[in-house]
Write a protein that binds this ligand. Structure first.
Ligand SMILES: Nc1nc2c(ncn2[C@@H]2O[C@H](COP(=O)(O)OP(=O)(O)OP(=O)(O)O)[C@@H](O)[C@H]2O)c(=O)[nH]1
Ligand SMILES: [Mg+2]
Length: 186
């Protein structure tokens, strides 16, 4: 098995404003949780080496993008070169889940239709009010990705499933790569 993946793995993190994208990354980096909302302007970039359960080293470079609509016009170029994506919604704001479709469109337009992604329902420390069937429909309807999109509820406040999300992301990248090489052989 290949022990190292040499280059950086660029991962974009997207989703509506204030869903908790920056808070999730801050948790991963071992920083304290802030309850005051400080919106991201442009993008925050952080490197994060991670060894998956299967022993692969990923040198992740997270691009945590500004989610507020007012940044719609400047976000496009930040997607360039994304190898995978983390889409985040807020389980207390159903619209942020429904908007995942728009985020997927933006990802596809700017990074290509085959970029694999995972979905996180953040703020799971609070009561969830989104429509689970609609989410399932979204996860199932990705013709360019040859497997079901993984979903995980997370809480950046409590740390729930944050490290697990990175393991799932890593498995998803490996799976996408394997499927691609199988398709190339056939
Ligand atoms: N209860 C709860 N609050 C959270 C959680 N994650 C983030 N928050 C709060 O939600 C607000 C927004 O968090 P951010 O991480 O700044 O959101 P963002 O998605 O990066 O927002 P933009 O940068 O504008 O796109 C802040 O007040 C956080 O404290 C969580 O898991 N649980
Ligand atoms: Mg942010």
């Amino acid at each position: 098995m290949e022990p190292h993946i040499g280059q950086y793995y660029k991962i974009t993190i997207i989703g509506d404003g204030a869903v908790g994208k920056t808070s999730i990354i801050e948790y991963l980096l071992g920083r304290e949780f802030h309850s005051t909302y400080l919106l991201t302007i442009g993008a925050n970039i952080a490197t994060y080496p991670y060894t998956s359960a299967s022993g692969q080293l990923f040198r992740y470079q997270f691009w945590d993008l500004a989610g507020q609509r007012r940044f719609d016009l400047v976000r496009g170029p930040f997607y360039k070169g994304s190898r995978a994506c983390i889409m985040v919604f807020d389980v207390t704001r159903p619209l942020s889940m429904e908007n995942l479709k728009l985020w997927r469109e933006e990802l596809h337009t700017n990074a290509g239709p085959e970029v694999p992604f995972i979905v996180l329902g953040n703020k799971c420390d609070l009561p969830a009010v989104y429509n689970k069937e609609l989410l399932q429909e979204f996860l199932d309807s990705n013709p360019n990705i040859p497997f079901e999109i993984p979903y995980l509820p997370t809480s950046a406040r409590m740390g729930t499933n944050v490290h697990e999300a990175i393991e799932i992301l890593s498995q998803t990248i490996l799976k996408a790569r394997m499927k691609r090489s199988q398709l190339n052989i056939e």
